[in-house]
Every structure is written in C-alpha cells, then in structure tokens.
Design a protein around this ligand. Structure first.
Ligand SMILES: *Cc1c(COP(=O)(O)O)cnc(C)c1O
Length: 338
C-alpha cells in the first residue's frame, strides 16, 4: 500500500514498517452475483492481507508513524483482528504491545495474537471494556494507546482501501459500497480517500452510495440512521459471531452517519444466521475465504436488492474485510484410507 505514499503522511525519507499489506484482489462475482440478482457484483478480498484482515493497513501506518516519533511500547483494545495486526507490526518494528481482547474472541484470532509475541490480556466484556482497561494501562505505563480514531494514522492506512479501489476500477468509482461496520474506520477512510482523489483530479465520477452493515445483535449505527439521529447510543449486551462488528459505542458514529446520509446510502442490520449462510455460499461458491463480516455484507446486498434500493446492473462492491479461517474451529477430517 506504500505505493500511495504521496497521499500518506510520511516524511520524505521515512521507511514504512511494512509486511506487504494492500494490493488485494478485486474479484467479479459472476456466478454468486447472478444467483443473488446482480450482474455487476464485486468483492474486494481483504482477507489476503498479512495477518488476515484489512487491519494490517491501519496498523502498518500507525506503527510506522509512532515508531518514527520514538514510541517503542504500545497498548490496544481489540475485537480481535486489530490485535493480530498490532502484534505482527510491533514484531516487525522491534516494539512491544499489550493487547486487551474479549474472552469470547474466536480462538484462532487469539492464538495468532500470542503467536506474534504480544502480551494478551483477556477480559469478560466487549471492546468498550477493553478500551477502558487499555487507556488506564497507557496512563499508568506510558505505553502508546492505538485505539481506533484515538491516534491519527490508522485512518490514513485505511484510506488506501479507497485509493486502491479507484485504481483497480481505472478511476471510475462504483455506484454502491457495502462495508461491515464496527468502529467505522474503513468507511471513513474510503470517504476521505475519494475526496482527496477528487481534489487531486484523479476521479470525476460521483461518490458511491455508502452502506454500513451491522449485526442485529449489535447495530448502534443502523438504529441511529433509522431514527434520524446524529449520534449513536451504546448498544446494550452486544453479541454477534462477526466479532469485528461487536462495537457497541463507535467513536466515529457522527462521521459515519454524516457519510451515509450525504452519499444517499444507508445502514442495514442482518442476522448471524444470514451472514453465516452467505459466507458459506461465497466460500464454497467462489473460492473466496469469507469471514462472517464479509458474509454480513453479502446478506445485506441481498436484502437491499429485494427492497429495490440497489438496481440489478449497478456496480456494487462488497468488502470481505477478513479471512474466514480466523473464525473457524478445527473441522472433523475423514479417516485415513489405510
Ligand atoms: C475491524 C473489523 C471490521 C470493522 O471495521 P471498522 O473499520 O472498524 O468499522 C470489519 N470486519 C473485520 C473482519 C474486522 O476485523
């Protein structure tokens, strides 16, 4: 992603902390799209990033800038994948990180956090509870807090999602973008990217309609969008198998709501059953390793198509934000033949 360094806040001779993140595939889903009522459906497969999710982009940028400024110790609250990415990028930078994660985070994700050498602290509760503990630890220890939107650079890394999408579509933006929303940086980052590209004269097409996709078990942004509110209210007892969407009180709620309305998009919640079913269809039907979050956007696409909010021929991009294997427990294997 550092090919976009002229759009990034990097000093002229600064070397990025990189593991080869970005440049992920943009794939047309002809067969699955056809079955779901679309002729122009695409997936941006972010599960192929180092550490298995788009969190690599944000943490590459954040660790680059923070270590350049002299930081060597970090702390981060996570719903899972940001923990894996921070562990790997800190290892790459020769820095250390403490990761606060909910005990209910999928086991393969927790294992990856440990494998990359982070100090893992498990808490009963959700990412909001982890955030409080992480900030307390930052104040006590002097470690730098990498929480979403509390430091300025993760969002700059996420911006490359939008720059890359525009490049892959030869500077013609798609009509609709569906994004699984937790803290909201993916959505806000792309919005920022498209504005910067327009200002620089690289794109002239209208803004895509942005849709935020959440789980019916944790849908603060959807609720605020539907009620016409400018801010969200904390979602009580959040639960969804898409752990990346278990963010009951996102800090970027006002920005997101503004983007959804300004772009004439929307917000939609889907059930865990629907996201699991669509993730499975995408994985078996197209060979893309869909995460539950990616399954959620596919399920949302189906609903929006049924409601007539998306036309059959519109160019629609769904984001598979992480790799499905990070969420799966081991499967039963057949007996050996002999
Ligand atoms: C973090 C995460 C999300 C939510 O992304 P935000 O940009 O924080 O809204 C979605 N999917 C996956 C797989 C994630 O790890």
């Amino acid at each position: 992603m550092w090919r976009y360094r002229s759009f990034m806040p990097l000093a002229p001779n600064e070397e990025p902390v990189t593991l080869g993140e970005g440049d992920t595939a943009l794939l047309r889903l002809e067969r699955l799209g056809g079955q779901l009522g679309f002729t122009n459906l695409w997936v941006k497969d972010e599960g192929t990033n180092p550490t298995g999710s788009f969190k690599a982009r944000g943490l590459s940028a954040a660790i680059t800038r923070a270590t350049a400024a002299g930081a060597t110790r970090f702390t981060i609250p996570t719903a899972g994948n940001a923990g894996v990415a921070s562990a790997a990028y800190c290892a790459r930078a020769g820095a250390s990180v403490r990761v606060y994660a909910p005990r209910t985070t999928p086991t393969p994700i927790l294992a990856q956090i440990r494998t990359f050498g982070a100090e893992l602290i498990l808490l009963d509760g959700h990412i909001g509870d982890c955030g409080k503990a992480s900030r307390a630890w930052a104040a006590e220890s002097g470690a730098l807090d990498l929480s979403t939107l509390r430091e300025p650079y993760r969002i700059e890394g996420k911006k490359t999602l939008g720059l890359e999408l525009a490049l892959q579509f030869s500077w013609e933006l798609p009509e609709v973008i569906l994004y699984p929303t937790g803290g909201g940086t993916g959505l806000i980052g792309m919005w920022k990217a498209f504005h910067e590209l327009r200002e620089a004269g690289w794109v002239a097409s209208p803004m895509p309609r942005f849709y935020s996709v959440q789980s019916t078990g944790c849908a603060p942004v959807v609720k605020a969008f539907e009620s016409g509110a400018e801010a969200s209210e904390p979602w009580p007892d959040p639960w969804t198998l898409a752990s990346g969407l278990r963010v009951p009180g996102p800090l970027g709620d006002k920005l997101m709501l503004k983007i959804l309305r300004e772009s004439s998009g929307g917000a939609i919640a889907v059930t865990d059953e629907a996201m699991a079913e669509l993730a499975d269809r995408g994985t078996r039907g197209e060979g893309v390793d869909w995460s539950p979050e990616g399954g959620a956007v596919l399920a949302a696409a189906v609903q929006l198509r049924e409601r007539g909010e998306i036309g059959a021929g519109e160019r629609v991009v769904v984001f598979n934000t992480g790799a499905g294997w990070l969420y799966r427990e081991p499967v039963d294997l057949p007996e050996a033949a002999n």
